[in-house]
Design a protein around this ligand. Sequence first.
Ligand SMILES: C[C@@](CO)(OP(=O)(O)O)[C@H](O)COP(=O)(O)OP(=O)(O)OC[C@H]1O[C@@H](n2ccc(N)nc2=O)[C@H](O)[C@@H]1O
Ligand SMILES: Nc1ncnc2c1ncn2[C@@H]1O[C@H](COP(=O)(O)OP(=O)(O)O)[C@@H](O)[C@H]1O
Length: 278
Amino acid sequence: MTDSLSLLAPAKLNLFLHITGRRPDGYHNLQTLFQILDWGDTLTFTPNHSGEITLSGSTFDIAPENNLIHRSAALLQEGDLGVDVHVSKRIPQGGGLGGGSSNAATTLLALNQLWAREQSIEQLQQLGASLGADVPVFVAGHTAWAEGVGDILEAVQLPQSWYVVVAPDCHVSTAEIFSHQQLTRDTSPITIAAFFEGHSRNDCQDLVRNLYPEVDNALKILEKIGSARLTGTGACVFARFAEEAEAREALGRLPTGLNAFMATGVNRSPTFEGLVNN
Ligand SMILES: C[C@@](CO)(OP(=O)(O)O)[C@H](O)COP(=O)(O)OP(=O)(O)OC[C@H]1O[C@@H](n2ccc(N)nc2=O)[C@H](O)[C@@H]1O
Ligand SMILES: Nc1ncnc2c1ncn2[C@@H]1O[C@H](COP(=O)(O)OP(=O)(O)O)[C@@H](O)[C@H]1O
């Protein structure tokens, strides 16, 4: 049991985000379209029989036991199964790109294989949902339309797209935005067809840009080169392009010093390219 497995834990964008209501437990009902990207963190898993879960590489300042990689590994662990996970981070933290959730999902998928735990995708989604609202979509591994609290998923095929993403130098707390008095919480549900006709927005965007000048600034810069929008509760903002060359040219026109990157939208998560039963 010494072979290592390296997997890409991709980022996602919320192409739109409508908040359609608030549930009695305080969580919000949403409609969103999760676009998975061919860009993200790389996690390398080396299993062992020490019974220990260790993390190395870029782990931010998160205490190991709070790291979602550690927490998801612990959910699958039994007996003397152990693993060292090496983390190579690219996804900014608290950026609305789902980095933590994607790391958790990739860990569940990797260890299910390496530790021969034989859990179904549905079982892994259930385990993952206890760690974060966006874990199930990364476990399913499809670009998806989501409803409920983001747990009712329907795979969607999107036309090939390229995205320019700007990461402002700030973290937005999802809990802060969802508990804010000024958040729009009563958007009427739309159909998938209405989204494709252009009837969508991000209900958090006005509030987040008011609270975080860095986000407002990033949106203003990106609005000059395309149709700019916030992903999730932020802080990252993105613009979509139908041609790779257009996106590349737009990226090149951004002011220097801005933390920005370009990524391809994919219908299937790149994590699965490295798994046996994909
Ligand atoms: C809204 C999204 C869209 O992708 O925002 P981002 O976090 O990606 O920006 C996500 O579903 C977020 O997922 P995640 O960041 O995992 O949220 P969680 O840790 O489960 O929840 C953080 C807090 O946000 C609030 N919350 C979250 C999801 C939801 N549907 N309703 C809520 O009210 C709750 O107060 C919760 O305590
Ligand atoms: N392996 C991890 N990678 C990124 N964030 C993590 C990880 N483990 C725990 N977290 C925590 O998860 C939270 C959400 O991070 P992330 O998923 O990147 O942002 P968002 O929810 O905005 O998309 C952060 O507060 C971060 O501290």
